[in-house]
Design a protein around this ligand. Structure first.
Ligand code: ARG
Length: 565
C-alpha cells in the first residue's frame, strides 16, 4: 500500500526534477496533525532539485490526491507531506499486524544465534543479577525465534569451582546427612555457615581448596557428593524455570569444559599469545592502546579460571554450531571480562562471529530494607512468593472489581508477571530498579495493567458471542479513537523488529503499554457492543486484534494473560 504511494512519489521526482534513488520514508506525523503518515521526502529532495521544499511538496500532493487509497494529502510544516488514507486502505495494512502474530518458520540449517543467559551458580545463592539474565535473556531468545531466526538459548551454570570444596568441608563438619538427600535449603545453609565460620577460622579456606583440588583430581567420594549437589540444584532450578517460563535449549555447566581447556591453552602458548607470568602462571597481555589489564588464564598452581573456561566454550560453540552471533546476557559487572575475552580471541586469530556482551545494569532495590537485609543475593523463589503474596492481597482487596474464578492462579500470573515485566520495562543498559509498588500497579506501565486490559478486551468479545472472523475490509469512516487504535496496532511488527535488532525488550513493553492506553481510551469513549451494526463489527475486530497483540506480546515477554480479571 505505502509502496504504491512511494512509486508515485518516485515517478514525480523523476519526471519533474530528474531525481532518482531518493529514499521515501513514511513516518508517524505529530498527533495534532491528524494524518496517517508523513514523509520528509520533499525536504530531502529540495537541494538536489534546486527548488524550495514546499514547492516539491505541493507538486507531490497533485499525484497523491488522485490515488484511490488516499483520502487526503496536505503539506505540513516546513515541507512535510501528510497523507490520510481511506479507512479501507488503512484496514488492509492491519494484515501486516495479523501476520506478525504468528511465529515465522525457522530454518534449522541456518547458522544459529547463540544467546548465553541465566548462568546460575550451583551450590551458591543466586545473585540479583541472575534474575535479570534469566528474564532478559529469555525474552531476547523468544523474540528472535518468533521472527524466524534460528536461536539457541544456552545456559552455562557455574557447577565447578572452590564452592564445592567449601560445601564438602561444611558437609563433613555440620551436615545432617553425610552423603545424599540434602535439600537446596540445607546446602545453602551449609554454604552460609561455612563463610561465617571461615571468618573466625581462616584455615577452613585452605581445607576447602584442598577438597576442591581432590575433586578435580577425581576423588570418588567427592565426585559423588558433587554429583548429588548438582542434581539437587538442577531439580530446584527446573521448578523455578517452569514458573518463570524460562526454558534453555542447551545446558552445559562449567565442568563440561574441564577437558576442553588444555587444547586452547596449548594453542595460546604455541601462538605466543599466552605468556609466562609470575611463578609459571599464564597470562595474556593486550596492546597498550586497548587499556585492558592482563588476563590470567592459568594460575601458578596449574588450575584454570572462569576466563579459561569461557575461552574453551567459545571454541566449542564455534566448532560445534558455526554460529552467526554470540550474545552474552550478563550484568555490567562483567564488562571487563567480556572485553578481555574478545580481545584474546582476536589475538588467537580466531575467525569470530558477531560477539556482544548484551549488558544489563546493576539491579537495585527501591525498598532499602531489602537490599541491606539480603545483600545482592536473593532467593528467587522467595522473591516470587513475595510478589504472588502481594498480588493475592491486591486481588482480595479489590474483590468487587476483579472478576476471577481462580484467584490463586491469577495471583501467580500477576505476581510472577509483575517481576518479569518490572525488569523488562526498563532500559536494560541503565541500573534496573526493583520497586514493588510500580511493578504491581494497576494503572502504570506494569504487568497487571497489561493483563487487566487484555481481560477487558476479552470480556467485550465474550459478550459479543465471540471474536469476529476476518478483519473488515471497509468502513464508512473512522473516529479519531479508532484511527489511533489502528495506528497502535500497525506499529506492532516494526516494534518487534526494533526490539530484535537492538535486543532491547523495553521497546516491546513500551509499545504494549501505549497500546493498552490507546485501547482503554477507545473503550471509554466509543460504545462497542451497542454501536450500529457496521461500526460494531469494526470496533469488535479492533478489540479482537488488540487482545491478540497483547497476548502474543505478553507471551514473548514470558508473561501470561488472563481471560477474566
Ligand atoms: N555464572 C556466572 C556468574 O554468576 C555467569 C555466567 C555468564 N556466562 C558466561 N559465559 N560467562 O557470574
Amino acid at each position: 500500500m505505502l509502496e504504491r504511494l512511494t512509486t508515485q512519489v518516485h515517478s514525480l521526482l523523476k519526471e519533474r526534477y530528474k531525481l532518482t534513488n531518493v529514499a521515501v520514508e513514511w513516518r508517524n506525523p505529530p498527533q495534532q496533525e491528524q494524518a496517517d503518515f508523513a514523509t520528509p521526502v520533499a525536504l530531502q529532495a529540495a537541494k538536489a532539485a534546486g527548488v524550495p521544499p514546499k514547492e516539491i511538496a505541493q507538486a507531490l500532493l497533485s499525484v497523491l490526491q488522485g490515488l484511490p487509497d488516499v483520502e487526503r494529502a496536505e503539506v505540513a510544516g516546513v515541507g512535510y507531506v501528510n497523507v490520510t488514507l481511506q479507512p479501507s486502505a488503512l484496514l488492509k495494512l492491519l494484515l501486516g499486524t495479523q501476520e506478525a502474530l504468528t511465529a515465522r518458520p525457522i530454518n534449522e540449517k541456518d547458522p544459529p544465534v547463540i544467546v548465553d543467559y541465566c548462568g546460575p551458580n550451583i551450590a551458591k545463592p543466586l545473585g540479583a543479577h541472575h534474575l535479570g539474565s534469566h528474564i532478559i535473556g529469555q525474552v531476547i531468545i523468544n523474540i528472535y525465534k518468533h521472527r524466524g531466526v534460528r536461536t539457541i538459548g544456552w545456559t552455562y551454570p557455574g557447577d565447578w569451582g572452590t564452592q564445592f570444596g567449601k560445601l564438602a568441608v561444611a558437609n563433613r563438619l555440620w551436615g545432617k546427612k553425610k552423603s545424599g538427600a540434602s535439600t537446596v535449603e540445607e546446602l545453602l545453609a551449609l554454604y552460609v555457615r561455612f563463610h561465617k565460620e571461615a571468618e573466625k577460622k581462616p584455615a577452613l579456606e585452605d581445607e576447602a581448596r584442598e577438597a576442591f583440588a581432590k575433586l578435580e583430581a577425581g576423588d570418588k567420594e567427592l565426585r559423588a557428593f558433587w554429583k548429588h549437589v548438582v542434581d539437587t540444584s538442577y531439580a530446584a532450578l527446573d521448578a523455578l524455570y517452569a514458573r518463570l517460563h524460562v526454558h534453555p535449549d542447551v545446558v552445559t555447566g562449567e565442568s563440561f569444559y574441564e577437558d576442553k581447556m588444555a587444547p586452547v591453552l596449548e594453542e595460546g602458548v604455541r601462538k605466543g599469545v599466552f605468556t609466562e607470568g609470575e611463578k609459571g602462571a599464564l597470562i595474556v597481555q593486550f596492546a597498550e592502546d586497548t587499556g585492558l589489564p592482563p588476563l590470567l588464564v592459568r594460575k601458578s598452581d596449574g588450575s584454570t579460571l572462569y576466563a579459561t573456561r569461557d575461552l574453551a566454550m567459545i571454541r566449542y560453540r564455534i566448532d560445534t554450531y558455526h554460529p552467526s552471533a554470540l550474545y552474552y546476557v550478563v550484568d555490567v559487572a562483567q564488562s571487563l571480562h567480556f572485553k578481555q575475552l574478545l580481545a584474546t580471541c582476536r589475538l588467537l586469530g580466531w575467525d569470530m562471529p558477531e560477539f556482544e556482551h548484551t549488558v544489563f545494569g546493576r539491579m537495585r532495590f527501591a525498598d532499602a530494607s531489602m537490599s541491606t537485609r539480603k545483600g545482592t543475593s536473593i532467593r528467587m523463589e522467595q522473591l516470587f512468593d513475595e510478589a504472588v503474596r502481594r498480588a493475592a492481597a491486591i486481588i482480595a482487596e479489590r474483590k468487587d472489581t476483579i472478576l476471577t474464578d481462580d484467584p490463586a492462579g491469577l495471583a501467580e500470573m500477576m505476581g510472577t508477571g509483575a517481576i518479569a515485566y518490572g525488569i523488562l520495562s526498563q532500559n536494560r543498559k541503565m541500573d534496573i530498579i526493583f520497586d514493588w509498588d510500580r511493578m504491581l500497579s494497576f494503572e502504570g506501565n506494569s504487568a497487571p495493567y497489561l493483563q487487566y486490559t487484555h481481560a477487558r478486551a476479552r470480556s467485550v468479545l465474550r459478550k459479543a458471542g465471540g471474536a469476529p472472523g476476518a478483519l473488515p475490509t471497509s468502513s464508512a469512516g473512522m473516529t479519531p479513537h479508532e484511527r489511533a487504535l489502528v495506528h497502535a496496532l500497525l506499529a506492532f511488527p516494526g516494534v518487534l523488529e526494533e526490539a530484535c535488532v537492538h535486543r532491547m525488550p523495553h521497546t516491546l513493553t513500551n509499545h504494549l503499554y501505549t497500546l493498552c492506553q490507546v485501547f482503554n481510551a477507545f473503550y471509554n469513549a466509543e460504545p462497542i457492543l451497542k454501536a450500529e451494526e457496521s461500526i460494531r463489527s469494526l470496533r469488535l475486530s479492533l478489540t479482537a486484534l488488540t487482545a491478540r497483540v497483547l497476548q502474543t506480546g505478553a507471551g514473548l515477554l514470558t508473561l501470561r494473560v488472563p481471560e477474566r480479571m
